[in-house]
Design a protein around this ligand. Structure first.
Ligand code: PDD
Length: 277
């Protein structure tokens, strides 16, 4: 069961117009909210980021945070499984024609579609995963969680073709983020990650990992990170709502540090696991 435009229905009965601006232009924004034991994790933070994404594309938020929370909780309740990944998107709706400027008087399309939450396997947690890298060829508003995902669709496919789990992106010699994750580096016991700006998505997991590191007195720097630092890191990991904290042990065929999951990745993942339960 999912939610579409005011009603709860089965996926096979959920229909939107072929002229929805989400389809025609990618004119919309989205969220992915992890749900543990039927509790949406960091829901307020996800709804705040949704509101910021909507504001950034001048699409009025169709619901208050309270209304969103009620809809999300109802959709969660309707599923047969406890741990979920709730995909939610809002598009500028069906304008009935293909015209670039915003249409007047068109209701947005709201979709809330849960699926079973797939977190990294025990093996991936224990051994880490491999990644490739590529130039960051996205636009300059990566802070908006936009439906326009073609660049990262292509990069994730390239990663998959090479047996890798993620593609790290660099812009002008600096680390931005993963195709669908934020990236942290460790050198000599100090964690570093790029600051929030228009070049990366302000990750909800990223915020929490920084918060947890600071709470536990782990040295943590939020500052620009160079490509050289990434390639010479002792440890690397990615964070996202579905990947949680996942160590990267090989980048472009080169071992990261000693090629094993490092102690700090393990530690931060443990803080995260303890926090979420
Ligand atoms: N992606 N950066 C990008 C480009 C992302 O797409 C994501 C998440 C993140 C991590 O954000 P968070 O910690 O809030 O999940 C960073 C989601 C999971 C997706 O597109 O499926």
């Amino acid at each position: 069961m999912l939610y579409l435009n005011g009603r709860f229905c089965r996926a096979e009965d959920a229909m939107i117009s072929a002229l929805d601006r989400g389809c025609l232009f990618g004119d919309g924004v989205y969220e992915v909210i992890p749900v543990y034991s039927r509790n949406p994790f960091r829901l307020d933070e996800h709804l705040a980021r949704l509101d910021a994404s909507l504001a950034a594309i001048s699409l009025p938020n169709p619901h208050t945070p309270l209304q969103w929370a009620e809809l999300v909780r109802e959709v969660i309740r309707l599923q047969a499984y406890d741990d979920q990944s709730v995909y939610l998107h809002v598009t500028r709706g069906n304008a009935g024609e293909r015209d670039f400027p915003f249409p007047a008087g068109v209701a947005p399309t709201v979709l809330i579609n849960p699926s079973p939450l797939v977190t990294p396997s025990p093996e991936a947690k224990a051994k880490g995963v491999r990644a490739i890298s590529h130039a960051d060829f996205r636009w300059l508003r990566c802070d908006i969680k936009s439906l326009n995902l073609l660049p990262t669709v292509l990069l994730r496919e390239a990663a998959k073709q090479q047996g890798c789990a993620e593609c790290l992106m660099f812009r002008d010699g600096m680390l931005s983020e993963g195709a669908a994750s934020n990236v942290f580096v460790v050198k000599q016991g100090v964690i570093a990650c790029p600051p929030k700006n228009h070049l990366i998505l302000p990750g909800i997991t990223y915020d929490l990992v920084i918060e947890l590191a600071r709470q536990h007195g782990v040295p943590m720097e939020v500052r620009p990170v160079t490509e050289a630092e990434v390639r010479n890191a002792d440890e690397l990991w990615m964070t996202s709502s579905t990947r949680e904290v996942l160590a990267i042990v090989e980048l472009d065929g080169q071992a990261v540090g000693d090629g094993c999951v490092g102690p700090m990745a393990r530690q931060l993942d443990q803080y995260y696991q303890d926090f979420k339960r």
